[in-house]
Design a protein around this ligand. Structure first.
Ligand code: RP5
Length: 169
């Protein structure tokens, strides 16, 4: 049971992988097991429906779906599951991926998809971890430590900037 993936990561095409990689690395850094695969809402719709329908009984607590252009994959998966679905819009050649973002975020009432920014792969993973951490104190502690490291990095950058300002301005 403990070895089963907690996050199902679906991408519409293998061309999405260079972006999705960061999401998988982030999940791995948090020690969260995932299943990652290519499955398209348009090219393999039956498989997409089946993966979404079975995700919960297979032990997943959240689904991440990455897609570009007419990015219907996250919404289609959300239609077939009660699990939270996080959409990851992939930058396309049209208006820097605004098409992907709007296709994912503009869901009809009743079928929400939590949506991160265009190519926001790490944020998709962190949001998934936050959802899982609601029922996992160990994961919650890792998130606290992640935030604390982030704070320390920002404070370090701020003190370097203060030095520069006092010397140059
Ligand atoms: C979407 O179409 C995929 O998610 C990908 O972002 C885009 C282009 O797919 P390919 O033509 O590269 O397979 O469905």
């Amino acid at each position: 049971m403990a070895d089963r993936p907690k996050v199902l990561v679906v991408m519409g095409s293998d061309s999405d992988f260079p972006v999705v990689k960061d999401c998988l690395k982030t999940l791995k850094d948090f020690g969260v097991k995932f299943e990652a695969l290519v499955c398209s809402a348009h090219r393999t719709p039956e498989k997409a429906a089946e993966k979404a329908k079975n995700a919960k009984q297979n032990g997943c607590g959240v689904i991440i779906a990455a897609a570009g252009k007419a990015a219907h994959l996250p919404g289609v998966l959300a239609a077939f599951t009660t699990l939270p679905v996080i959409g990851l819009p992939i930058k396309s050649s049209f208006q820097d991926g605004l098409d992907s973002l709007l296709s994912i975020v503009q869901m009809p009432p009743g079928v929400p998809v939590a949506t991160v920014g265009v190519n926001g792969a790490a944020n998709a993973a962190i949001l998934a971890v936050q959802i899982l951490a609601l029922a996992d104190p160990e994961l919650e502690m890792r998130l606290e430590s992640y935030k604390s490291n982030m704070r320390a990095k920002v404070e370090k950058k701020n003190s370097s900037l203060q030095d520069i300002i006092s010397k140059e301005i």
